[in-house]
Each structure stands twice: as C-alpha cells, then as structure tokens.
Ligand binder design. Sequence first.
Ligand code: SF4
Length: 285
Amino acid sequence: MIDARRKACLEAMGIDLWLVRRTPAARALASEAGAQPGTAGEQPRLDVPGDTTSHLRSDVPRDTPAAGAAAPAALAAAVSSPPAAADPARLDWPGLEARVAGCTACPELAARRSRTVFGQGRYDADWLLIGDAPGVEDERQGEPIVGQAGRLLDNMLRAVGLARGQAYIANILKCRPPDSRELRPEEAVACRGFLDRQLALVQPRVVLVLGQIAAQNLLQTDAHLARLRGRLHRLGAQAIPVVVTYHPADLLRSPADKAKAWDDLRLALQASEGRLPEPDPNPDP
Ligand code: SF4
C-alpha cells in the first residue's frame, strides 16, 4: 500500500499507482504513516559515456566555464562570443550569487532582464535539478521552475519522497531569454562556470536534468532526449550520476510521457541511494 499523500502525487502526474523504493527519509515518513515498503520495477540500463563530461574533471583548468569540454559542432562554432563570465570557481554561495546578479556576459540577456534567477534549495541537497533557462514567471518570482510546471515538478519530487526545499534547483542560464526563445549555445557556454560552481558547492548524490535543451548543454551532446533518458550518465571527476528526464513543462503538453518520467525518477532515486543498476552488457552502438 502507499500512503494517501503519495497516491495523490502520483495521480497528479497521471499515474494510477506507483510503488517505489524509498529514501531513508521517505521510509521514515512512510513508517510514521503506517505504509509498507514498495518495490521498484524494471531497472533501466546503465550507460556511461566516456568523454561527454570531461569539462568537470579536476585536472582540467577552470579558466573558462567550459574549459576542456568536447563541445558539439554547433556549440564549438558559437563559443567565440559572448565572453564567458569571469571564473567563479573559488566563490562561496553569497559571492557566487552576487557575481551572477552583476553578470553582463550576455549583453542582450543582461540588458533585458528584470533580475537573475540564481537557483533555489538546500546547499547540501542530495538531488540537484537542472532546467534550461528561466521563463517569465520564474524571472518575476526570482525562482526556477515555478507556476504550473513548478507544481508538477513538486509532485514529481514528492513521488520520490522529497519536498522541493530538500533539493537544489538551478538552470543552465541564470537570465531569461527574451520573447520565449530558446537559450543560445554561446549563452550556455558563458554561464557554465556558474552552474559548475553550484555543482561543486552542492556535491549532489544525483543530478536530474529536465528536458532536452538542458541535457544537451550539460552533457555537451547533440543527442535527442529519447537517447539520453533511461540510462545513467556520469559527470566530472567524482562521476556524479546524471539522469535525464522530461521538463515538467513538456509533460504538461504530453501527459502520456509521465510514465516514462517516472521510470527516470526511479533511476535517479536508485542512484541517489547508491543502488545503481548493473551495466547493460549489450548497449546500443
Ligand atoms: Fe551572465 Fe549567465 Fe546571465 Fe549570461 S545568462 S548574462 S552568463 S548570468
């Protein structure tokens, strides 16, 4: 059996009944509610790309946010401008947030923003969620992934036993692209140092990447979401587990994908608890 709150969360995602292996905290909550442990379903396969995350290795200079990265062709062609934000690798949280607030590395974004959207959540969170860029409402509130998509994200987190405040949420970009356009590769490169520093400060047990744009920029790949989700990636010298899933805004448009998003959440939960699936002996070429 699952408790009523979790059942309501799952229903909010369009899933009738999900049973999940819980985090210790979630097990404690479930125990208080008198619930019995659930079981996890089929495990997605493990895939660890060899060179997609070299930009976070400690032996790579951090003079620029994406130093040493094996950028995809479109990204490499765009790196010339604007300049990367000044190296933030030694900043603490207040210093980093202040640096972001004053950043003008992307002239168009800096001129048109009403505020930066730095990030939100626990500084020592086990889960670090990464979206692509702030939207209008995110900028207005100064928080990442709010509004209707944010409420769905809250339900997704509750389904794995987390409140929003227990995770840390950030975006690839800290400034909203105008006119609802997608972020540009050169903007992602310019802003990468800030995200890398957030990753280094939080030191999460798992990174959950929300949507194809965020995943392509974080993992430095041109692969589509369908090839990126359902498997584990690794990030940096510490080989932080990375799981790619749908952005909640995409799930609002395509509710049928919620079941696949749940598979991704289960994989992320396993990774956060150190319960990694065995590598697939016959991975895709
Ligand atoms: Fe600076 Fe990032 Fe904003 Fe660009 S998006 S101006 S790098 S804070």
